[in-house]
Design a protein around this ligand. Structure first.
Ligand code: ADP
Ligand code: MG
Length: 572
C-alpha cells in the first residue's frame, strides 16, 4: 500500500506512460489490489485492476457455493452490489479522457455466468476497469491516490464488505426454484413454462425492464393448460402455463400480446432476477428463435428440406450466398440451429418470410409445385417433431392452415391467453383446407459441415484485432460479424466472449477436422471445466468482461462470418 502511494507521488506530473510503473500487486488493509493492465493514454480503453478479498473478510457461507448455479448467483449478486456502490460513490473528479472512471461489467436482467466477480473457496475477486487520472497527458498522482485509497475501498465497503445475508439468500432461493422448474420441465416434456402473474411486456422497445405494474396485465394461465410445480423454499407450488413438446400455435388479434409472449419465451432460456417479471418464464435452454434475415451470408448450408430447384440450377444442398433472401435466410437459420442441436424453434410471423411460412390452396393451384422452389414450413413442422424431436412455438395470426398441424392453440385476447385447441380443431374439421401437403414425407437430412482454418483471420495489418462493438457486432480482423438479428444474444459481454472464443479457435488452430457440432461441444466443455476466462490470453490476470453465451449464439456468429469456409459431407 505504501509502495503504491510512493509510486504515485513519484510519477505525479510526469508523462502518462509513467503509469506503467504501477503494475503489480499491493497489500491493502482488507484486500489485495492488483494492477494488471495500464492503459496507454487517458483516452484508451481503461486500465484493469482486481481486488482480491480474503475469505475471512466476507460473510460468504458454504451453502451458497453448493451448486454451480448458486455460486453463479452469488457472483452475480456481488457484481450487482459493486455496480450499485459505484453509482452511489458519486461522480468522479474531472480530468482528461476517461480519468477517474471506475466500472464493473454490469449485469442486466439475466443471471449469467460472468467473469466480473469470481468466488473461489470463499475468496472473492472483483475485476474493475479504471481510468487512471491525467490532465492532458500528465499523470495526476493526487487524483490517482484518491481513486485507489479512497474511492475503491469505499466501493468495496459498500458492497463486498457489507453483503446482506437476506438478499443473497433470496437470490439463491429464487435460483433454486428456477432450477426446480427446469427439472420438472425436462421430466414432463415441457418446452416452456409461463408462471401465473408473470409480467411479460417490457418498459419500452429499448428497455429490458418490466412495464410498470399498473400498466401491465399479469399473465393468467388458462385452466386446461395449468400445471403446478413443487419448488423448494416455499410451501405453495409455482403455477403456470405448460407449453408441451410438439407444435404450439399462438394466435389472436393484432396488438393482443402474441409477440410479447413469444419474446418472453425466447428470453426464458436465461434465468431472470427477482423483480424482472419473468422469473418464472422458463424455456428449454436449447430453444432457438428463428427469423428471416435477408442480406446475411450463408455458407454451404443444406437448405434442401425447404428449398429445391432454384432458378439457374443453384445448389441448395450446399447453399451459399453473400446476400440471402427472406425465405432462404430463414431456411438457413433453421438448418443451422438444428446443426447446433436446437431442441425447439421459436417463430413469429412478424419476422418471418410469408412465402416460407405458408402457401395456400389457391396459390398452389396458380403456381405449380415445379415452379415453386419453397416447401413452406407448414409442411415441415410436423416432420421436424417426428424425425428430430424438435418442437415449435409459433405466433401465427394470419393463417388458419396451421390448425391442421398444431397440437395446442393458445389465443391471446387482451393480453390474456385462452386454450382454443378444441375450437381450432372444430374449425379445421368444418372448413377443410384445400391445400395439398408438399415436400415429401420426411424432413430430410441435416448435413454436417466442417469449418476450415482459413475462415478465421484476425489479422488487421500487422496486428490482430478482435473486438466486440456493442451487443450486435464483432470486428474480426478486417471484417465485421453482423449479429443484429440474433435475438437471443442479450448481453454485450456475451458478444465479447464470442469474439474471444472464435479468436481462441483460430490461435489454437482448432478448425479443420471437426464439425460445427463437435466444435460447439468442445467449447461447452471447456467453459464447464476451465471457465470462460480460459479463452482469453490473460486468464491468470484480469479475466476481462465476459459473460457466458449459449452455443447457439456462438454458432450464429461463426455462421455469419463473411470469411467462413466449410467442407461439407460429400464434397471432399
Ligand atoms: P401482437 O404481437 O399480438 O400484435 P404485441 O405483443 O406486439 O401484440 O403487443 C402489443 C402491445 O401491447 C405492445 O406495446 C406490448 O408492450 C403491449 N403488451 C403486451 N402484453 C401486455 C400485457 N400483458 N400488459 C400490458 N401491455 C402489454
Ligand atoms: Mg406481433
Amino acid at each position: 500500500m505504501k509502495n503504491l502511494k510512493q509510486l504515485l507521488s513519484r510519477i505525479d506530473g510526469k508523462g502518462y506512460k509513467a503509469y506503467k510503473d504501477i503494475r503489480g500487486r499491493y497489500r491493502f488493509e482488507r484486500f489485495h489490489l492488483v494492477v494488471d493492465y495500464v492503459q496507454g493514454d487517458p483516452f484508451a480503453s481503461p486500465s484493469k485492476i482486481r481486488c482480491l478479498i480474503p475469505e475471512h473478510e466476507t460473510i460468504i457461507g458454504r451453502q451458497w457455493l453448493e451448486t454451480p448455479e448458486r455460486k453463479e448467483t452469488l457472483e452475480d449478486h456481488i457484481a450487482r452490489m459493486v455496480a450499485k456502490a459505484i453509482d452511489r460513490s458519486g461522480k468522479h473528479a474531472g480530468g482528461t479522457g476517461k480519468s477517474g472512471l471506475i466500472a464493473i461489467d454490469r449485469p442486466g436482467q439475466e443471471v449469467l455466468k460472468r467473469t466480473a466477480v469470481l468466488v473461489e473457496n470463499g475468496k472473492v475477486t472483483v475485476c474493475l476497469s479504471v481510468g487512471l487520472p491525467a490532465r492532458g497527458r500528465k499523470v495526476l498522482g493526487r487524483q490517482a491516490e484518491k481513486l485507489f485509497f479512497q474511492q475503491i475501498p469505499e466501493i468495496l465497503r459498500l458492497s463486498v464488505f457489507s453483503l446482506n445475508r437476506q438478499m443473497i439468500q433470496a437470490a439463491v432461493k429464487l435460483r433454486d426454484q428456477q432450477l426446480a422448474v427446469r427439472r420438472y420441465m425436462k421430466q414432463h416434456d415441457l418446452v416452456a413454462f409461463v408462471g401465473d402473474g408473470a409480467i411479460l411486456p417490457r418498459e419500452s422497445g429499448i428497455s429490458d425492464r418490466p412495464l410498470p405494474n399498473q400498466e401491465a396485465v399479469p399473465f393468467e394461465t388458462p385452466e386446461s393448460l395449468r400445471v403446478e410445480i413443487p419448488v423448494p423454499h416455499r410451501s405453495a407450488p409455482v403455477s403456470g402455463m405448460a407449453v408441451k413438446r410438439g407444435i404450439t400455435l399462438i394466435v389472436g388479434g393484432g396488438y393482443h400480446g402474441k409477440s410479447t409472449l413469444l419474446e418472453a419465451i425466447e428470453r426464458g432460456v436465461y434465468d431472470h432476477i427477482e423483480g424482472d417479471g419473468r422469473e418464472f418464464v422458463l424455456t428449454d435452454a436449447a430453444a432457438c428463435k428463428i427469423r428471416a434475415e435477408d442480406g446475411r451470408k450463408v455458407t454451404q448450408v443444406d437448405i434442401s428440406p425447404f428449398i429445391k430447384n432454384l432458378p439457374f440450377g443453384k445448389d441448395t444442398e450446399r447453399f451459399t450466398t453473400e446476400n440471402a433472401s427472406g425465405s432462404t435466410s430463414q431456411a438457413a437459420n433453421i438448418v443451422e440451429a438444428l446443426e447446433a442441436g436446437a431442441s425447439a424453434l421459436l417463430i413469429d410471423e412478424d419476422t418471418s418470410a410469408t412465402n416460407f411460412m405458408i402457401r395456400d390452396s389457391r396459390m398452389q393451384a396458380l403456381v405449380a409445385k415445379d415452379k415453386e422452389p419453397i416447401t413452406p414450413f407448414i409442411d415441415k413442422v410436423k416432420q421436424l417433431h417426428e424425425d428430430y424431436e424438435v418442437s415449435t412455438i409459433l405466433v401465427m395470426g394470419g393463417s388458419g392452415d396451421y390448425f391442421d398441424v398444431a397440437d395446442t392453440v393458445v389465443m391471446m385476447d387482451q393480453y390474456r391467453p385462452f386454450d382454443v385447441t378444441e375450437k381450432a380443431r372444430a374449425v379445421a374439421q368444418s372448413r377443410r383446407s384445400e391445400r395439398r401437403q408438399e415436400g415429401g414425407e420426411r424432413f430430410g437430412r441435416i448435413t454436417e459441415r466442417i469449418p476450415l482454418p482459413v475462415s478465421l483471420n484476425s489479422k488487421k495489418g500487422k496486428k490482430e484485432k478482435v473486438t466486440a462493438r456493442g451487443l450486435k457486432r464483432i470486428q474480426y480482423g478486417t471484417k465485421d460479424i453482423e449479429l443484429e438479428q440474433v435475438e437471443q444474444l442479450v448481453d454485450a459481454s456475451q458478444t465479447r466472449a464470442i469474439g474471444e472464443i472464435l479468436h481462441d479457435l483460430e490461435k489454437r488452430n482448432r478448425l479443420g477436422g471437426k464439425s460445427v457440432k463437435q466444435l460447439l461441444d468442445e467449447i461447452e466443455e471447456q467453459i464447464e471445466r476451465h471457465g470462460l476466462a480460459s479463452f482469453t490470453p490473460f486468464a491468470e490476470q484480469h479475466p476481462g468482461e465476459l459473460a457466458r453465451p449459449r452455443i447457439f449464439e456462438i454458432a450464429a456468429a461463426l455462421n455469419r462470418m463473411r470469411t467462413l469456409q466449410v467442407k461439407s459431407q460429400g464434397n471432399g
